[in-house]
Design a protein around this ligand. Structure first.
Ligand code: CA
Length: 253
């Protein structure tokens, strides 16, 4: 993962607010008929749709535009879908990605999800299913109109510093709350340990690295322990991440 200088790490992960009701979708698909079918169908559902027919163009468009989600074919010329997701996430872009695979092999799907895709569909698929998946991956990580942040069954209210999970209030300390906010705003990406420590204690703090692990454990005990789906994941030696909803049901990493 390419990371900017540590001082700006947290800004690098800051959430992009999109307050338009209209969803902007990028379709990256080299098969012209399929791309056109998707474009028309999504347009009729009220989406603003852009298309790219190779991986390089797709990456350029994905980084140049504010998008609500990306529909990404895996088999693409110039740069395949895996390479595109990898480049996107390495550059700090966390736009939800729904990948389309031609073969329903577990290895391909796991690889895509590991690289940062949010969900997948195997061709052929039904259009209503595509729309439902897109709505799910975008809705779950959109900031709500009143400023609250919703991520699956978790809701954060930054104005009042309140957290609920499955409609139950979760009482957090100031530091636990700050840690959670930092993770949720970068949902789906590993936030490096240094960035988390800066976010919680400030750039000039002298707290030791174990303080972060202690704080993560405390947060997990309140936020994850009572629930089957675990939301906070570990990347050993690197940092922690808040799981996107599509990943939260899978075994804890
Ligand atoms: Ca293809």
């Amino acid at each position: 993962m390419n990371l900017p200088a540590s001082r700006s790490l947290f800004l690098h992960f800051a959430i992009t607010l999109i307050d338009t009701a209209q969803m902007r979708i990028l379709i990256v698909e080299d098969e012209h008929r399929m791309a056109e079918l998707l474009r028309k169908g999504l347009y009729e559902h009220g989406y603003t749709v852009m298309t790219a027919c190779d991986g390089e163009t797709g990456l350029q468009m994905a980084t140049a535009h504010e998008l609500d989600s990306i529909v990404l074919d895996i088999g693409l010329p110039k740069m395949n879908g895996y390479q595109l997701i990898q480049a996107l996430r390495a550059g700090g872009c966390r736009t939800p990605v729904l990948m389309l695979t031609a073969r329903d092999t577990e290895d391909e799907i796991i690889r895509g999800l590991d690289l940062g895709a949010d969900d997948y569909l195997t061709k052929p698929f039904s259009f209503p299913e595509l729309v439902a998946r897109l709505q799910s991956i975008t809705r779950n990580h959109r900031e709500m109109g009143d400023g609250r942040i919703k991520a699956g069954d978790l809701v954060l209210d930054p104005a009042r510093r309140l957290v609920t999970r499955a409609d139950e209030s979760v009482e957090l300390t100031r530091l636990e709350y700050q840690l959670l906010l930092c993770l949720v705003r970068a949902a789906g990406q590993c936030v490096p340990r240094q960035a988390l420590m800066e976010c919680v204690w400030g750039a000039d703090s002298t707290v030791g690295p174990t303080a972060l692990d202690v704080l993560v454990n405390a947060l997990r005990a309140k936020l994850d322990a009572p629930f089957r789906k675990k939301l906070i994941g570990t990347v050993r030696g690197s940092g922690y991440f808040f799981k996107r909803v599509a990943d939260a049901g899978k075994a804890a990493r």
